[in-house]
Design a protein around this ligand. Structure first.
Ligand SMILES: Cc1cc2nc3c(=O)[nH]c(=O)nc-3n(C[C@H](O)[C@H](O)[C@H](O)COP(=O)(O)O)c2cc1C
Length: 146
């Protein structure tokens, strides 16, 4: 089955706390490695932006689970396409808070210096995620490859 990449953005559920973020991180690291899914999930207080890469069926199934998760809402699909190679070697969860370094990255990929992924094109969202991952991957991100 062909390798695919899916990108979506969503709103963080009101009141989501750090423990719940940790649970998402733990489930993602555990399941994605097992399913050979790579990519990144960037987040701040307001938004999630996720890129999932892997076999078509695996990505489609996972997306259908994730969009029903009540820890976020109003999911917007930004891109879903066949790709020739993975862009991410493993599974990462970069923080997208408004640090000075992140603001410079947001500025390169959008009309402002804010993290506003719901209105981004798939191409910009992809570039943004790659740079965020390089700049500040969470220390607990899985780096074991998939
Ligand atoms: C924004 C967001 C992103 C998520 N990303 C993933 C993911 O990449 N992989 C994953 O397995 N679960 C992800 N989840 C969690 C799933 O919705 C679901 O809770 C989890 O897959 C269940 O795992 P389990 O069957 O091992 O308990 C995500 C949840 C949210 C809210």
């Amino acid at each position: 089955m062909a390798l695919h990449r899916l990108i979506y953005a969503s709103y963080v559920a009101p009141g989501l706390n750090a423990a719940e973020i940790d649970e998402i991180m733990a489930a993602s690291a555990r399941n994605n490695k097992k399913r050979f899914v790579t990519g990144a999930l960037a987040f701040d207080r307001k938004y999630f932006l996720q890129c999932l890469e892997g076999e078509h069926q695996a990505i489609n199934d996972l997306y259908n689970v994730v969009i029903r998760d009540e820890r976020h809402h109003s999911v917007v699909l930004l891109d879903f396409r066949m790709v020739e190679r993975r862009a991410f070697n493993s599974w990462m969860m970069p923080y997208a808070g408004s640090t000075e370094a992140n603001s410079r990255i947001f500025f390169r990929y959008s009309g402002t210096d804010q993290f506003e992924p719901l209105t981004m094109s798939g191409g910009c969202a992809f570039g943004l995620l790659q740079e965020l991952e390089q700049a500040n991957a969470h220390p607990n991100s899985s780096d074991g490859g998939a």
